[in-house]
Design a protein around this ligand. Structure first.
Ligand code: HEM
Length: 475
């Protein structure tokens, strides 16, 4: 019956025309999809090449800033066209707050634990969930205690940095190699396993052996077991004994100590060297700082916490240095469930945007704290006085060198005091600190940079110093 039905025939006739059209359409759609795929691949490869080349040239962060500038004035977020999951780079403070604080539970580290494992094992930087909470609580207690100590312990840290014994040198060099390896693996994620060089693994082994030897020398081991409580020898520092008391094995203790070392060593060194790099290029700021230090501390050579708190201009200098050169400049998170970023979507870029499970959200302290629509036309300049006017008192998530939210840096107070103390002592110790003759004085942000997990100047931080007390400089 159906075959004799004119409708059916008619439909059949229509079907054949429609079928032809559909086939045609399908070919066009497939061709467009193929062209788009090809375009995406070409752009991806091109994008990767640009990233790779700018990184090799020491200008990756400047490259990211230049992309972000194309997104002014909405300036909310942009999307990387890379192979792998879609990655949003967030620029708006609301999105940063959602990622790191309000919607914290929607994101995780993705493959970071596997990337970091060869060096950092099971320490706070690779942990999530209950294990992270345990480590955080354990370390937080030690940092709270450090706030009540006097500042003399910074002196020994300073000396240790200067008189680095030969036996420590192998460790320090291996730690550098291992960290550079981690940074390469981090950039390759999720293909991190491609970077597995023998020199990287050798460096990790040397670092592990060094820390294990240190633990034994502190009298924290007996018959291959970690000593706890009363049994732990008093010679070990309070910090290490406390961490040891809550670690099950020597490997756990080693991992915790290494993670804190990673957190604190290069970040502090980067902050100090960028600060002095800026100061010698801005002698007026340096002179004003000298005057402030002299007026608060006189000739005293061991500044106290209270005195340091009475040097507001020093605070402005450090804030501005961390704004222009945040030691941890770039990072990311992976959505563990489908979620939203509050802004950046829709035609005018102000609607929420969907982030699917498995997609990446990239954030950069470096890029975000140079935004002209927040910091003004002079955002790229070392304008330390901007912190004096009170306009930036409620800057919130537009400035986050220590991030914020549940995973906020545990060392923030400690390091701000350490950097301030060291700056004061260097100013007191050297009557002249200046830019060496012939040293380039390029605009801020145009110098070549070396990016690992932190970032430093690729050409170092050279300064000329002359010994002599500050008072001699004025006399
Ligand atoms: C200027 C110097 C420093 C800067 C800019 C800085 C910045 C940061 C940032 C951005 C994070 C978050 C990293 C992430 O998202 O995974 C972090 C975490 C952390 N920082 Fe710092 N840091 C500094 C110095 C220190 C120091 C000196 C210590 C300790 C001695 C320290 C201890 C930690 C710890 C333990 C964490 C992990 C917190 C957690 O995951 O819960 N930091 N820091």
């Amino acid at each position: 019956m159906a075959t004799g039905n004119p409708w059916s025939k008619g439909l059949g006739g229509h079907e054949s025309i429609a079928g032809g059209l559909l086939r045609h359409l399908a070919v066009v759609v497939v061709s467009i999809a193929a062209i788009r795929l090809l375009y995406t691949i070409v752009k991806s490869v091109h994008g990767y090449r640009e990233l790779w080349e700018s990184n090799a040239d020491g200008r990756l962060l400047a490259f990211l800033c230049s992309i972000a500038k194309d997104y002014e004035p909405g300036n909310n977020l942009y999307q990387y066209l890379l192979i792998g999951p879609r990655a949003y780079h967030i620029l708006h403070p609301k999105n940063v707050e959602a990622l790191l604080s309000t919607n914290f539970r929607d994101y995780g580290f993705g493959c970071r634990p596997a990337v970091f494992a060869p060096l950092l094992g099971n320490g706070i930087f690779a942990q999530e969930g209950a294990a992270w909470k345990h480590s955080r609580e354990l370390l937080r207690k030690q940092f709270t205690r450090a706030q009540y100590q006097n500042l003399r312990h910074f002196t020994s840290t300073l000396r240790a940095g200067v008189d680095q014994a030969a036996e420590n040198r192998e460790f320090a060099e291996s730690f550098n190699v291992a960290q550079e390896g981690l940074a390469k693996r981090f950039r390759l994620a999720p293909f991190h396993f491609f970077y597995n060089s023998a020199s990287f693994h050798k460096a990790c082994r040397i670092v592990h052996r060094f820390v294990e030897r240190y633990i034994r020398e502190q009298g924290l081991m007996e018959n291959g077991q970690l000593l706890h409580g009363e049994k732990a020898v008093d010679s070990a520092s309070w910090f290490i004994r406390q961490v040891a008391a809550e670690s099950a094995t020597e490997t756990d203790l080693r991992d915790q100590l290494l993670n804190v070392l990673l957190a604190g060593r290069d970040t502090t060194a980067c902050c100090l060297s960028w600060t002095f790099r800026l100061l010698v290029r801005h002698p007026q700021a340096l002179e004003r700082l000298r005057r402030e230090v002299k007026s608060v501390m006189g000739d005293l050579s061991s500044p106290t916490r209270e005195q340091i708190r009475r040097t507001p201009f020093l605070g402005c200098v450090v804030n501005e240095s961390l704004r222009l050169y945040p030691p941890v400049p770039l990072n990311n998170r992976e959505a563990v469930k489908t979620t939203i970023l509050p802004t950046g979507g829709g035609p005018d870029g102000s609607s929420p945007i969907l982030v699917r499970k498995g997609e990446l959200v990239v954030f950069s302290q470096y890029v975000n704290s140079r935004r002209k629509n927040i910091f003004g036309a002079d955002a790229d300049e070392f304008q330390r006085e901007r912190w004096e006017t009170g306009e930036l008192d409620k800057i919130g998530w537009a400035y986050f060198p220590f991030i914020g939210g549940p995973r906020q840096c545990l060392g923030e107070d400690f390091v701000l005091m350490e950097v301030s103390y060291t700056t004061v002592r260097l100013l007191q110790q050297y009557r002249t600190i200046e830019l060496p003759e012939g040293e380039p004085n390029e605009p801020v942000g145009t110098e070549r940079q070396k990016l690992t997990l932190v970032f430093s100047s690729a050409d170092g931080c050279r300064v000329t110093v002359r010994r002599g007390r500050q008072s001699e400089a004025e006399g």
